[in-house]
Design a protein around this ligand. Structure first.
Ligand code: NOJ
Ligand code: NOJ
Length: 465
């Protein structure tokens, strides 16, 4: 290869030296690729401003839509970038993207659609309603959008860039709600009791994931309303969150020893006898408030995370005789192969990234709390950590800040997070593009190419690191 060609090849991909290069340099390579991959899918040419396409793929599968859930999570990653940026100029260009998203979101809220409300799951890329058949409503959407937009408002407030006029676009106490955050909070507060389709758009029922993000939206919303002297609304949101907590707690199955993803389901077509679903871990990640209620430190969440992991270790070929961390899918009974539901389910990039983020964020949470107790429920999760220290743990041990065991625990969690990212590295395309899935037997990328959520979940995982 000529020198020029070599330079061209190495700027395009990590290829040649990927094997030997250090994990750290891969992380920064993939960070740049994921950032570019994500940004390319925000308001791409020919779409309405503020649109986040789920993937550039328009055919097999057609993911060229603005999904409320994907968009809220992706713009949540944009917020993470803004919050972590020291450069005002960079911050302000990220804020511009957020304002486009705010305006599109308000348009989505007010566009008549087949859900007849804010639970409509996706819109066409020109911002108009999607009128095909779909699993609707999906009530995690408005909650996720409120969580992301409240973060945005808080950020602007901290930066001193939230003028009263701008603030009025985001939140006003008036009813009926005409501001975007208020409309979402009112929707969640009045409709959380209703069944809806789950985050995988398959099952109609009551879902742990949906309920966790609804609870967080209500509590984040209550704090936010309080801040703007909307105290009656704050009290109402808090009451609703309390009532919702009663229902969320019922997802814990003490006999089985894990949190069940769905209750009261109506659909027969996507049977999940196990009820094990990575949506529980995502619920703790996206809906946890670090207040002890099914947050990442909860031993019920850790017990469930380990049962889910073990289920994928058993059934995916790529997880056999492998020293890399377990590749994680949606749920063991999954038949969606990225193109049709007549296949076999695979590992998902966003699910495996979520396990990395779980380990990093758990380490941070324990560090902040200053102590950790081994329980019968969290012990199996700890024993699955790939470290000699973890193998000798036993129930009842308590570690506190300052002890070498405490430091060893944090180190083991951190290393395990790295092992999950190393798993993604193993299957990522050499040019850093990430699809939706990793084939369960070959490991090759499969399904929607450059899934925006795959990239966004990589970015939030490394920020947690
Ligand atoms: C596309 C959905 O987004 C996916 O989650 C689902 O498995 C298939 N359709 C089949 O319902
Ligand atoms: C399928 C996933 O199941 C769903 O969660 C997602 O919203 C859509 N694909 C679009 O990415």
């Amino acid at each position: 290869m000529s020198a020029v060609a070599l330079v061209a090849a190495t700027t395009l991909c990590f290829s040649a030296s990927a094997g030997e290069s250090s994990f750290e340099s891969w992380l920064s390579f993939q960070r740049d690729q994921s950032r570019a991959g994500m940004m390319a899918n925000i308001s791409p040419r020919g779409t309405a401003l503020g649109v986040v396409v789920a993937s550039p793929s328009r055919d097999n599968p057609d993911y060229y839509y603005h999904w409320i859930r994907d968009a809220a999570l992706v713009m949540g990653s944009v917020m993470s970038l803004a919050e972590n940026s020291a450069a005002t100029k960079e911050q302000m260009s990220l804020e511009d993207l957020m304002w486009d998203y705010v305006r599109l979101s308000r348009r989505n809220q007010t566009t008549p659609n087949r859900s007849g409300g804010l639970g409509e799951p996706k819109f066409d890329v020109d911002g108009s309603a999607f009128d095909g058949d779909w699993g609707r409503p999906q009530n995690d959407g408005p909650a996720l959008r409120a969580i992301t937009l409240i973060r945005f408002a808080r950020h602007l407030e901290r930066q001193g860039r939230l003028t009263p006029q701008l603030r009025a676009q985001l939140y006003q106490a008036e009813l009926p709600a005409r501001s975007v955050i208020k409309a979402d909070l009112e929707y969640v507060a009045h409709n959380w009791r209703d069944k809806s389709f789950d985050l995988w758009e398959e099952v109609y029922g009551q879902h742990f994931y949906t309920r966790m993000v609804q609870r967080r939206a209500l509590l984040d919303g209550a704090d936010f309303a309080e801040f703007y002297s909307d105290s009656e609304a704050a009290a109402f949101y808090r009451d609703q969150a309390k009532a919702l907590e009663q229902e969320i707690s019922k997802h814990w199955d003490s006999q089985a020893g894990y949190v069940r993803i769905t209750r009261d389901s109506d659909s027969q077509d996507h049977r999940k006898p196990s009820d094990l679903d990575v949506g529980v871990v995502l619920g703790a990640l996206h809906g946890g408030r670090n207040d002890g209620f099914f947050d990442l430190g909860s031993d019920k969440i850790l017990a469930t995370a380990e049962k889910i992991r073990a289920s994928f270790e058993r059934i995916y070929g790529i997880n056999q005789n492998s020293s890399a961390a377990t590749a994680i899918g949606r749920y063991p009974e999954d038949t969606y192969d990225g193109y049709s539901t007549k296949g076999t389910g695979n590992a998902w990039v966003l699910a495996t990234n979520a396990y990395a983020e779980l380990h990093y964020s758990l380490a941070a949470l324990i560090k902040q709390r200053g102590s950790f107790t081994v329980t019968a429920r969290n012990l199996p999760f700890l024993k699955a950590l790939n470290s000699p220290f973890a193998k000798i743990l036993s129930v009842g041990q308590k570690f506190t800040k300052g002890q070498s065991e405490f430091t060893a625990l944090l180190g083991s969690l951190h290393d395990q997070g790295d092992a999950y990212l190393a798993r993604v590295r193993k299957h990522a395309n050499p040019d850093g593009s990430l699809s939706e899935q990793m084939n369960r037997d070959t490991g090759y990328m499969q399904g929607a190419p450059n899934l925006t959520w795959s990239h966004a979940s990589f970015l939030t995982a490394i920020l947690a690191r």
